[in-house]
Design a binder for this molecule. Structure first.
Ligand SMILES: Nc1ncnc2c1ncn2[C@@H]1O[C@H](COP(=O)(O)OP(=O)(O)O)[C@@H](O)[C@H]1O
Ligand SMILES: [Mg+2]
Length: 242
């Protein structure tokens, strides 16, 4: 079943067509990877899906409902969560307080503070941060902040989770850990779109990959097709990947 269907989506900034006639869909339970050169519109597409930007035209259907142009908090309550290319936690809060804020908003917010605390601890444990609940975010390491970013998104109880370059700044071992975590999240019945630069990671984890170039979708398919697609090699992967 299609969870998300994007049709003829367009977004310009002045004269620049950042997203041009974009069509794609995501099935329930899938992990879809989005790759493409810098400036190809990946983050803009996530901003459009989550209400951070309003489309100029086109449709975004999520669970049978048009959501294009809705405010971001409403999109979040409908069940789409995201992480940011640059993490945006509350730095002077503890890990736990950050997750509790997210439990108070989003879909199915906790009924009271006591329940929010308990649920937040469960979510921190799910992402491997159980022992860091009381630590201030500014004292967390990079990988721990990434885990917290995931925890905050999960705390809004999404059907669809959008990850914007979650693995940027991680070493290969940490990127492997992140892949495992993403697979674990999928097993908890959350559909995932991941924008990622680490090609090995995105090809390992994704069921399907969509390739952007200059605001347009230039290819779509299984990871093994994509890494051998001549157009994708030319605009993004480079010959060494072929
Ligand atoms: N808020 C904005 N205002 C003006 N131009 C923007 C804005 N956001 C993105 N752009 C431009 O849109 C294009 C796509 O950017 P982006 O979606 O961030 O690319 P990617 O995430 O693929 O690197 C780039 O040329 C970028 O400079
Ligand atoms: Mg980006």
């Amino acid at each position: 079943m299609q969870l998300l269907t994007v049709e003829k989506l367009c977004k310009s900034f002045g004269g620049l067509k950042a997203i041009n006639n974009l069509d794609f869909h995501v099935n329930e339970g899938e992990i879809v990877g989005i790759i493409g050169p810098n400036g190809s519109g990946k983050t803009t597409s996530l901003n459009l899906l989550t209400g951070f930007l309003k489309p100029n035209s086109g449709r975004i259907n999520f669970r049978g409902e048009e959501i294009g142009g809705l405010p971001r908090h409403i999109v979040c309550q409908k069940g789409i969560a995201r992480t940011f290319q640059l993490c945006k936690p509350f730095m002077d809060f503890t890990a736990m307080q950050n997750v509790m804020v997210a439990r108070a908003y989003g879909r199915k917010p906790s009924a009271n503070l006591h329940i929010a605390e308990k649920e937040s601890i469960d979510i921190l444990e799910q992402v491997g941060l159980g022992s860091k609940a009381g630590i201030l975010v500014k004292d967390l390491r990079v990988m721990e902040r990434k885990r917290l970013e995931l925890a905050r998104a999960l705390a809004t109880k999404p059907y669809l989770l959008l990850l914007d370059e979650l693995m940027a700044g991680l070493n290969l071992t940490e990127a492997d850990e992140a892949c495992k975590l993403i697979n674990q999240i999928r097993e908890s019945n959350i559909t995932i779109i991941m924008v990622e630069h680490i090609v090995k990671a995105v090809t390992c984890v994704s069921d399907r990959i969509i390739v952007f170039n200059m605001g347009e979708k230039i290819a779509e398919g299984q990871p093994e097709e994509i890494v051998h697609n001549p157009k994708v090699i030319e605009v993004y992967l480079g010959k060494s990947h072929a």
